[in-house]
Design a protein around this ligand. Structure first.
Ligand code: SME
Length: 155
C-alpha cells in the first residue's frame, strides 16, 4: 500500500514536470496545478494556493468553494505553516486551535509551505471532508510535488 502510493506520487511528479515545462506564466501554472491536483487527489473538497503579500496570505488560484481571501501570518493552519515554515498535517481541523473554517465540509487539512530563494512565499492548502485523510506518504509525495512547483513556478 505504502509502496503503491509512493509510486503513484512519482508518476504524478513526472506528469507535473511535463505540464509545467511548456508554460512560464505564473498564474496560468498555479491555476492548472490546482485543477490538476483536484483531478488527481480523491476525497478532497478544496485545493489551492495562498500567496504571501506583506503580513498576509492572499488567496490565489484554487478549486473548491469560495474561500477567505486574506489570512494574517500566524493565523489558522495556513498562517501557522507559513510562519513556522513547516508542513501542517491536521487529522481533525476541529481540534486545531485557531483553524479558519472556509468550508464547513472540511475535517482534515494539509498545508505545505512554498519557497523562493529559501524564503516562504506561498502555501499549498488542501482540505478534505474525511478525518485523517492525509497520511505520512501523502505528506512526502506532496512535498515532492511542491519542490517541483518551486523549481518551475516560483523562480
Ligand atoms: N483552513 C485554512 C483556511 C483556508 S481554507 O481551508 C481554504 C486555515 O485554517 O488556515
Amino acid at each position: 500500500m505504502t509502496a503503491v502510493l509512493s509510486q503513484q506520487y512519482q508518476a504524478w511528479d513526472a506528469e507535473l514536470n511535463a505540464i509545467l515545462e511548456s508554460e512560464e506564466d505564473f498564474i496560468a501554472n498555479l491555476a492548472n496545478i490546482s485543477a490538476w491536483l483536484n483531478m488527481k487527489l480523491s476525497q478532497i473538497n478544496w485545493v489551492g494556493f495562498y500567496l504571501l503579500k506583506g503580513e498576509n496570505l492572499v488567496l490565489g488560484p484554487f478549486q473548491g468553494n469560495l474561500a477567505c481571501t486574506r489570512i494574517p501570518l500566524g493565523r489558522g493552519v495556513c498562517g501557522t505553516a507559513a510562519v513556522t515554515d513547516s508542513i501542517m498535517r491536521i487529522k481533525d481541523v476541529h481540534q486545531f486551535d485557531g483553524h479558519i473554517a472556509c468550508d464547513t465540509a472540511s475535517n482534515a487539512e494539509i498545508v505545505l509551505p512554498i519557497h523562493r530563494n529559501g524564503e516562504v512565499v506561498a502555501v499549498l492548502d488542501i482540505d478534505s471532508p474525511v478525518f485523517e485523510r492525509f497520511s505520512e506518504e501523502d505528506e512526502k509525495g506532496l512535498a515532492q510535488l511542491v519542490s517541483t512547483i518551486e523549481k518551475h513556478v516560483f523562480i
